[in-house]
Every structure is written in structure tokens, then in C-alpha cells.
Ligand binder design. Structure first.
Ligand code: PGA
Length: 305
């Protein structure tokens, strides 16, 4: 009996995440289905592929070998698919894109225009935080990445896309709302709503606060910029967010505080792993992204200072 490609895909995904639940999520299967597929595969191979110690799932030695084999198989299949797509030209193919959460304010809109031009292209867009994006880069999960701080530890091709200033956002009723040139020390002991650990926005904020020895009271941690804006509106505290997350229409009760050393000047860049052979589809999207003038990438410029 031979293992099926489907079983190998299920195994490879579960081995990558060391979790049946996360594999089920990625493959749109149920957790019991993943479990059954892996059980059948172990039976075919004749050895257990995973072992569970406490709550943690580990690969057995045979599992490690099979994982390495699967990576080779799927990489070759990807190369083959890419070659066929390249032969077909730009009529169809798949673009795997991953961006940090702050990019959701402009990337999906750009994709709309791109898809209109190339209707045969399927796009998978993963929006996650900086740390998760780095993890995806490590296992070569996507074609292109858009983020603010490309990791130094990886060899990447990086090209700047758009500026991403980080600003202090507060409710319009905050006592500092109408003041100008506020010293950064005014943030001492302020109630803060922070992004989750692993967020690049949080890291940049914390670095600046540490540099000036400012200690804030973290009232709440949230993994979503939108939820943070709601929490600021609800009077839970202030936060640091990408200026692009405030387009001035929906959040009329929020304001940007004029705090010294802000905005933190950041830049979103598009990156891909050095040595990666970009498919025609990925290269076309990259050229498209870099060719659009800044003003068209971020057409709203009605920020309230
Ligand atoms: P993040 O985004 O806070 O969602 O990690 C940071 C960034 O803009 O790179």
C-alpha cells in the first residue's frame, strides 16, 4: 500500500505546526480527519510518526525522515506547478502573500485592482503579526511578504513600499488631546492598550519608551488594531497605532496626540527569500506593487493632526 499525496500533505502540515488542530485549520479539515489520515499513514509506513509527551506533539525519528522527504516532494511539485504556470503565461496561477496586520489598510484594495487585471490568478493573503510572519519566512511558506522590519537573521531581497508612521492615539476627550509639543515624559504611568507580544508595532513602541525610560501601565493587550481603536473610544486608555489605521472617517472620536519623538518613522517593505525563484505571478505582482505611485497606494491623506 502506498501513501497518498493527500495523506502526505496532511502529515507535512501537522509536522510543520506540531499540531493536528492547526493543520486542520490550514487544510479546512476537521481535527478527527487529520488524526485518521495520520493514523492510516503510520500504518502504511509501519512506524509511529508522532509521539505525544504531555501536551506537546513531537515527531519520531521516522516522522522526521518522512517530514524531510515530504518537504522535498512538495517543493518539487511547487516548482513543477510554477513551470507550468510560466508556460501558460499570466493567464492563471497562485500568489501566496503574507503581510503584517497594519498592511490590511492598503494591501487588499491593491489586490482588487490586480485581480481585475489578471482574473485567472488565485490569491491567498495571510494577515498576521511580525513574529508569525518571520516564522512563515523560516519555512518558505509564501511568495512575498510585506512588513516593517525585515528580520536581519534571514537573507532577503527587500524593497521599500510605503511609509508607516506610528502615532499615539487617544480619545478626543483625553486631557492631552488639545496640547501641542507634549514631552514624552507625559506618557509616564499612562494607561496603555498594547498589541500582543510578537507585534512589530508593540516592539517599536516598547523600544522608544525604554529608550526614554518611560513606564506605562498596560491595561489591556489586544491582537487587533480595530479592537484597540474601539477600546480607546471606550475610554480604556491610549495606544500606538499605524497612522494608516485612522482614515478619519469612522473614528471621529479619536485623535493623534502631539507627543515628542512621535511619529515613530517606519516603512513597509516587500520582501522575499534570497535564492527563491519567483513565479511569473509573484514577479508580476511585485512589479505591479512597486510601480504604483505612493498616492495611489494610500489615497486617503486626510489625517487630522
Ligand atoms: P504588527 O505590524 O504590529 O502587526 O506586527 C508591524 C509592522 O507594521 O511591521
Amino acid at each position: 500500500m502506498q501513501p497518498t499525496l493527500h495523506q502526505l500533505k496532511v502529515f507535512e502540515t501537522a509536522a510543520r505546526y506540531k499540531s493536528f488542530t492547526r493543520a486542520a485549520e490550514e487544510l479546512f479539515l476537521t481535527q478527527p480527519t487529520v488524526s485518521i489520515q495520520i493514523k492510516q499513514l503510520s500504518k502504511t509506513v509501519g512506524f509511529p510518526l508522532f509521539e505525544r509527551l504531555g501536551k506537546q506533539l513531537y515527531l519520531t525519528d521516522v516522522g522526521e525522515e518522512l517530514f524531510a522527504t515530504c518537504k522535498g516532494i512538495f517543493e518539487q511539485l511547487d516548482q513543477f506547478e510554477m513551470m507550468v504556470t510560466d508556460l501558460q503565461g499570466m493567464t492563471q496561477g497562485k500568489l501566496r502573500l503574507a503581510t503584517v496586520t497594519t498592511c490590511k489598510y492598503f494591501v487588499p484594495r491593491l489586490l482588487g485592482a490586480f485581480c481585475e487585471q489578471y482574473p485567472g490568478i488565485d490569491i491567498s493573503l495571510k494577515i498576521t503579526n511580525h513574529h508569525q510572519l518571520e516564522q512563515r519566512m523560516l519555512i518558505n511558506q509564501d511568495d512575498l511578504y510585506i512588513l516593517s522590519h525585515p528580520p536581519q537573521s534571514l537573507e532577503l531581497h527587500v524593497q521599500p513600499v510605503v511609509k508607516n508612521p506610528l502615532v499615539v492615539v487617544a480619545s478626543c476627550t483625553h486631557p492631552l488631546a488639545d496640547q501641542k509639543n507634549i514631552p514624552i515624559q507625559a506618557l509616564n504611568q499612562e494607561r496603555f492598550i498594547m498589541r500582543e507580544a510578537g507585534s512589530g508595532t508593540r516592539q517599536a513602541t516598547q523600544t522608544l519608551l525604554n529608550r526614554h525610560k518611560i513606564s506605562v501601565e498596560i491595561k489591556l493587550e489586544l491582537g487587533s488594531n480595530e479592537a484597540i481603536k474601539q477600546a480607546i473610544s471606550g475610554g480604556l486608555g491610549i495606544s500606538v497605532l499605524s497612522r494608516h489605521s485612522l482614515n478619519g472617517r469612522e473614528y471621529s472620536d479619536l485623535t493623534i496626540l502631539d507627543i515628542e519623538h512621535f511619529p515613530i518613522e517606519q516603512q513597509w517593505s516587500v520582501a522575499y527569500l534570497s535564492g527563491k525563484h519567483l513565479s511569473v505571478v509573484a514577479q508580476t505582482f511585485l512589479d505591479y506593487l512597486l510601480s504604483i505611485p505612493m498616492q495611489e497606494k494610500i489615497p486617503w491623506n486626510n489625517f487630522r493632526d
